[in-house]
Design a protein around this ligand. Structure first.
Ligand SMILES: Cc1cc2nc3c(=O)[nH]c(=O)nc-3n(C[C@H](O)[C@H](O)[C@H](O)COP(=O)(O)OP(=O)(O)OC[C@H]3O[C@@H](n4cnc5c(N)ncnc54)[C@H](O)[C@@H]3O)c2cc1C
Length: 373
């Protein structure tokens, strides 16, 4: 019996579990080790904030998915990988042997990069712990105890969350005597990496939604009722969402794996570690050497079917497939007004149909893994 162990219930592993459910592999025992029993789908998080989806929407039941795939489910965090012994170490469990190992463990928050973030910030990642923070934020908004919110991070997540908050604040029967103040602190440039037209649309959408945006200066400190910028300016905020601070999972370096300077696992196009044919990985926790891309769920999703196929071929003896990271992909940014900005290949447009398309894609993804018998 050969053991394939999957660590982490990230997006790519959903495809592996689906592939095994469809076609089991003889003589293979599959195990999923996951810190959480459900995987929250990040694309729907802004919609959970805005009220477009229920607060618990967009969750995939990993235990059920594992069961369908005939996999053992271990609800725990892996703490280290012992490559000499070919075992995974899990607190409170005996070492778990593997023949092939696959990692899809995302990123971890690094609250040390902004003073006060751990104490006063609502750090968005990991999304699994965000629900509790979100509940407090939403009740503060509706009771009127939160009148000003800041969002730290000018990437897609921060941009969408600022719009989601605007929608929620406008619709929630907020008691505040004035519209809730929302400030997006973009650090460097708002949506850096987007084509100029996309950034123009994004800035205009923020203006129209009454969201202040500060570019070109870093948030240095978060206090109980303010964010202090690196130039000393103070931005009033009763709640601060933090989307920026992310780092590589420490287990990678701790286990002596081949990582890049930032601590992310270096993989080849076959999604194998550069120095280990038995170690596969995908998603935000990897750097695909020679095809570096931003950390985004779309890559984890595209890697999923290749990972599933390669795990199978590694057992059956076939030639492994190479994953090619696409350089053009559709990005859809939901706004507070029922429209979305769509960006692809240097082109950008803003429309209601783009919002509906995003909704369809996101629901489709979750339904695919949540509901199929
Ligand atoms: C608000 C927000 C909106 C976003 N919207 C989009 C979007 O629209 N499109 C897009 O492309 N990207 C989006 N992203 C980015 C996206 O969330 C990530 O790129 C994506 O989730 C990465 O997927 P992954 O498979 O690498 O891992 P993740 O989805 O992060 O999952 C990793 C899993 O592994 C588990 N895990 C971690 N360590 C261990 C361990 N040691 N043992 C066991 N389990 C472990 C974690 O608990 C987690 O469940 C968004 C992010 C945020 C914050």
């Amino acid at each position: 019996m050969r053991d394939i162990v999957l660590i982490g219930g990230g997006h790519a592993h959903l495809f592996v579990l689906e592939a095994f459910a469809r076609k089991p592999l003889d003589g293979v025992r599959l195990t999923l080790v996951a810190k959480e029993a459900t995987a929250p789908y990040s694309g729907m998080l802004p919609g959970r904030v805005s009220g477009q989806y229920p607060i618990d929407g967009g969750q995939i039941d990993l235990e059920r998915l594992a069961k369908r795939a005939g996999a053992r489910f271990i609800h725990a965090a892996a703490s280290a990988i012992d490559r000499d012994e070919r075992t995974v170490l899990i607190d409170g469990h005996s070492p778990l042997p593997y023949g092939l190992l696959s990692l899809d463990i995302g990123i971890v928050p690094d609250v040390s990069s902004i003073e006060g973030a751990a104490r006063y910030g609502l750090v968005v990642k990991p999304i699994s712990t965000f629900r509790r923070k979100l509940t407090g934020l939403l009740s503060g908004l509706s009771e009127g105890s939160i009148a000003d919110v800041a969002v730290v991070g000018g990437g897609p997540a921060g941009f969408e969350l600022a719009h989601a908050l605007r929608k929620r604040a406008d619709e929630a029967g907020v008691r505040s005597p004035r519209p809730v103040g929302i400030t997006l602190l973009a650090g460097r440039r708002l949506l850096d990496g987007l084509p100029e037209r996309g950034r123009r649309l994004a800035r205009r959408a923020l203006d129209e939604a009454g969201i202040d945006c500060i570019e070109g200066i870093r948030a240095a400190r978060i206090e109980a009722d303010a964010v202090i910028l690196a130039d000393g300016r103070s931005i009033r905020a009763d709640a601060v969402l933090v989307t920026t601070v992310a780092a590589a999972p420490p287990i990678l370096r701790r286990s002596g794996l081949a990582v890049d300077d930032a601590g992310f696992l270096k993989v080849r196009p076959s999604l194998q570690a550069v120095d280990d044919d038995t170690l596969f990985a995908a998603g935000d926790c990897v750097t695909l050497v020679g095809q570096e891309r931003p950390k985004a769920g779309v890559f984890a999703v595209r890697e999923g079917p290749v990972l599933a196929e390669n795990l199978r071929r590694a057992i059956e003896g076939g030639r492994l497939r190479n994953y090619r990271a696409q350089s053009a992909y559709l990005m859809l940014l939901a706004l507070s007004n029922g429209e979305a900005i769509a960006v692809r290949n240097g082109l950008a447009l803003q429309a209601r149909f783009a919002y509906r398309l995003k909704d369809r894609i996101d629901r489709g993804f979750v339904d695919r893994f949540a509901q199929r018998p």
